[in-house]
Ligand binder design. Structure first.
Ligand SMILES: CC(C)(COP(=O)(O)OP(=O)(O)OC[C@H]1O[C@@H](n2cnc3c(N)ncnc32)[C@H](O)[C@@H]1OP(=O)(O)O)[C@@H](O)C(=O)NCCC(=O)NCCS
Length: 162
């Protein structure tokens, strides 16, 4: 047994193997005309504004929109001046409701470092599900930390309760 770099001829053989399985079974990514559609670079950015505060309080972005499984990844930041005052909770509440009300997405997910206590507390407080842990995935100052993936499904988000 051995491994070597694949040649062009090997790649032709690999392409023939692909005929024996449906591409849909091999990837969750979008497919059109039998080919994977490259990831979209579209980023949708929402600003969180609060009456009586003159500057933006937060930013929520969603991206890597996958129209096949109707999912998107998201990220969020609160203006450092307004952290630890419940603003993150309010913004994420509004943002998830906004996305589920204005798109056909079924799932929103995010990746956050295990050391990011405010972020993890926020996600768990809003009943996000911890889908998995990417072990030793996040390098910080020479140390490798876990990253956690959290998600929420449309049916889990009770819009009327909020
Ligand atoms: C993560 C972030 C958005 C949280 O926003 P926030 O406005 O501070 O959040 P909230 O005030 O709503 O607090 C959410 C929870 O985190 C806790 N928390 C907030 N700041 C904390 C801190 N510095 N230490 C410990 N817990 C903290 C709150 O107590 C609350 O939990 P609780 O209700 O159980 O008490 C904010 O810290 C931030 O912008 N961080 C930098 C960007 C970032 O890390 N984004 C996430 C990457 S995926």
């Amino acid at each position: 047994m051995w491994l070597e770099l694949a040649s062009d001829e090997h790649h032709l053989a690999f392409a023939e193997w692909a005929q024996h399985n449906r591409l849909e079974e091999q990837t969750c990514r979008p497919i059109a005309n039998g080919k994977r559609i490259p990831p979209s670079h579209e980023v949708i950015t929402l600003v969180f504004l609060v009456a009586g505060i003159d500057e933006p309080v937060g930013r929520f972005r969603y991206f890597d929109i996958n129209p096949r499984n109707r999912s998107a990844e998201f990220g969020y930041t609160i203006n450092p001046q307004f952290r630890h005052q419940g603003m993150g909770t309010r913004m994420l509440n509004l943002a998830v409701t906004h996305v589920f009300s204005n798109t056909n997405l079924n799932k929103l997910y995010c990746q956050t470092a295990a050391f990011n206590t405010p972020s993890i507390k926020l996600l768990e407080k809003l009943s996000f599900h911890r889908d998995g842990v990417l072990r030793e995935h996040h390098e910080l100052d020479g140390k490798l930390w876990d990253d956690c993936i959290y998600s929420i499904l449309r049916r889990e988000w009770k819009i009327t309760d909020r």
